[in-house]
Design a protein. Structure first.
Length: 216
């Protein structure tokens, strides 16, 4: 078990032998299929999560039903929403859903707090990850509040690894914290400008340079 963890989280190799034993004796592994709600808003935190395989989407739902993706947890990452709950002894403030089949290890609260108190290496590991993710969340807030939707949409499309991909207008609206109708209108503007081609459930990028100009 220890090797599985350190293969994905090499920073934990720096723990002392005794602290490695505490970590290994306390953790348990969980597997879940795509679509599983890993935690919901208002639920109790069951432990510190470290993802070994797959992707978990963490999103927030407003009172009027609008959603925004806060971040994704990928293989080799931990979830700062979980960290926040453990440190503050509060309930989850968002929902996490497995976008793919996932495998993860969970460090129970007692083990987590014990290692946090006795191991500087473990504290550094936890808070370095926390700080990086908080920086990303601040960037998200800045984008949502200060950047126009057309620039954010162009940037999102360019972030895709290929020029043709499957995505519904609702999926994109969720990513941007907007609504489908607004996103659809802006996608049509891009299509009329020859930047993209729209089809049912898919988008093809025709002019990356043009999208790049739109995102600046």
């Amino acid at each position: 078990m220890q090797k599985i963890i350190t293969d994905h989280f090499p920073e934990l190799n720096q723990l002392s032998g005794e602290n490695k034993k505490i970590l290994e004796s306390g953790i348990h592994m969980i597997s879940a299929p795509a679509g599983t709600v890993m935690f919901s808003e208002g639920s109790e935190c069951k432990g510190y999560v470290m993802l070994l395989e797959g992707t978990v989407r963490v999103h927030k739902v407003s009172e009027d039903g609008r959603e925004i993706v806060l971040y994704r947890v990928e293989s080799g990452e931990s979830c700062i929403m979980t960290t926040t709950c453990l440190i503050s002894d509060e309930q989850y403030g968002a929902e996490g859903v497995a976008e793919t089949d996932v495998k993860l290890v969970v460090v129970p609260p007692g083990t987590f707090n014990q290692l946090l108190a006795r191991s500087g290496k473990f504290r550094n590991f936890v808070f370095e990850v926390y700080a990086k993710r908080m920086s990303m969340l601040m960037m998200l807030v800045e984008e949502v509040v200060f950047k126009k939707l057309d620039k954010r949409l162009a940037h999102l499309l360019l972030d895709r690894n290929k020029d043709q991909f499957e995505a519904t207008h609702q999926d994109i609206a969720l990513e941007l914290g907007s609504v489908r109708e607004v996103v659809s209108r802006q996608l049509k503007v891009f299509e009329r400008g020859g930047l993209i081609r729209l089809a049912r459930g898919s988008i093809t990028i025709l002019d990356r340079d043009g999208l790049g100009a739109a995102s600046e």
